[in-house]
Design a protein around this ligand. Structure first.
Ligand code: ATP
Length: 362
């Protein structure tokens, strides 16, 4: 049995369905992220689990116990919000110890646990400082320590790193995940940042309009997106529209302008319009006439570890990335070819939760 189960959880605000029959099972010790665009229902889901919003339908079960109607403080979860709201008049130790005091934990035990958790988040040398005397990252760690010190069965994080600058945010992503691994607390994090969700999570729940579009390990969500929404929201991609045509002998082709891409190893593909997805890093740029399609470089951007090209081709504008192994190989205006291997292509069917590898160009 899973540790935390959301069973057909829904929340409606008048005409708005913020969360729509969400089913999710989380194992003990897992780190799961709710990922999706603004307004897709991430925070509402977290609020229902925390007990701050009452579900319209469905159940929340933890460790076999129905928590749906339990008051927030009776759930005993650790929560870190985007605005981590430390008490300004309390120093670091007092902020962290506040929850223990509320729980009437005796002073010696309180002091021991505060020390232990401050060591964990590497703030033991700053225990007497006040929040105004700390950097953003240090304040964020105090908020985390405050949530962890009560030894919660579940840690809920709502955009916990979004107030930090890019470099600190990356450092904290690593640090937060390491801390979570060390303490083993089951964690659910809300984020709209796909890089953050992919790099930190055991599994991601990609949400759109209150629904879970895909629940998968990060690699799988990226490599085998369930549908068009997931393929465009999780990472960048080239979406190409074409027609599937049958040759009458059980074989199918994807027709893209004048290109014909043979579909191999597919069980079900009917005739009609479909879309395929190819990730930019799977496109290889070649000299003209050596690729599968020819085109002209329209833009080039330097992104530090890679170059990003937009190539105008007869099948549409293609986005290609090349690792930075030295100066750029192509200039704006260059005539180039573009190729990809058959296993780079995903056929995005209208049927949710299927994306299948297709074959090479004929
Ligand atoms: P963001 O990333 O912008 O925080 P989100 O994915 O967390 O977005 P929610 O805050 O869960 O989204 O909101 C989901 C939907 O529910 C939105 O359409 C929002 O306007 C609506 N909503 C949220 N809270 C309320 C409320 N208290 N009353 C009415 N509508 C609400």
């Amino acid at each position: 049995m899973s540790f935390l189960t959301l069973d057909s959880l829904s929340k409606r605000y008048g005409e708005t369905t913020a969360v729509d029959s969400l089913d999710l099972s989380i194992e003990r010790g897992e780190f799961v992220s709710l990922l999706g665009p603004s307004g897709c229902g991430k925070t509402t889901t977290l609020q229902m689990i925390a007990g701050f919003a009452v579900p319209s339908d469905g159940r929340i079960v933890m460790d076999g116990r129905d928590m749906t109607d339990l008051a927030p403080n009776a759930r005993g979860f650790g929560i870190v919000f985007q605005s981590y709201a430390l008490f300004p008049h309390m120093n670091v130790s007092e902020n962290v110890g506040f929850g223990l005091e509320m729980r009437k934990i005796a002073a010696p035990e309180r002091i021991r646990r505060i020390r232990q958790v401050l060591e964990l988040v590497r703030l033991d040398h700053l225990e007497d400082r006040y929040p105004r005397e700390l950097s953003g990252g240090q304040r964020q760690r105090v908020a985390l320590a405050r949530a962890l010190v009560i030894e919660p069965p579940l840690l809920l994080l709502d955009e916990p790193l979004s107030n930090l600058d890019a470099k600190l945010r990356e450092d904290m992503q690593l640090e937060l995940r390491n801390i979570q691994r060390n303490v083993g607390t089951t964690t659910l994090m809300v984020t709209h940042d796909q890089g953050e969700a992919l790099s930190m999570s055991d599994r991601v729940v990609v949400m759109d309009q209150g629904r879970a579009m895909q629940i998968a390990e990060p690699f799988q969500a990226y490599e085998e997106p369930a549908d068009i929404f997931v393929s465009t929201f999780v990472g960048k991609t080239n979406l190409l529209e074409g027609q599937v045509a049958s040759d009458g002998n059980g074989r199918h082709c994807f027709e893209l302008g004048h290109q014909r891409i043979e579909l191999t190893g597919l069980g079900v593909v009917g005739n009609g319009p479909v879309r395929i997805s190819i990730r930019p890093e799977r496109l290889e740029m070649t000299p003209r006439r050596q690729g599968l399609v020819d085109g002209r470089v329209q833009t080039r951007q330097f992104a530090g570890d890679h170059w990003l090209y937009q190539i105008d081709t007869p099948v549409g504008l293609l986005l290609a990335t090349c690792p930075n192994c030295g100066p750029a190989g192509f200039n704006v205006g260059d005539e180039v070819g573009v190729r990809w291997t058959p296993d780079s292509v995903r056929l995005l069917s209208d049927t949710p939760k299927t994306a299948v590898p297709v074959g090479g160009v004929s």
